[in-house]
Design a protein. Sequence first.
Length: 106
Amino acid sequence: MTKKRGRPTQSKIRQNIVELLYHIGYAYGYIISKKYQQVFPQVTQRVIYYHLRKGVELKEFEIYKVEQEKGEFSWGSTAEKTYYKLGATAQPKGDKRLKELLNKAD
């Protein structure tokens, strides 16, 4: 039996994001990151955004919509918000404990 080379494609962090999106429907990256940190062990926003991009490649997530928000930001006058939802290959387990924790966190 030959062993596959390289990194495995599954990820505990990405699976947690799948579970999160299963319960909330869709959200943009910053909200996903904040809700993730309320429920699961803390990870950086950079890691969350990495897994969102990787999940889109693996079709675990789909880009639901992209919005431009106007305002006074440190980097300029507009911010782009990319909303994500579950994709075709996502396999949520429907963790009831997570739903309860999300309700408490809100």
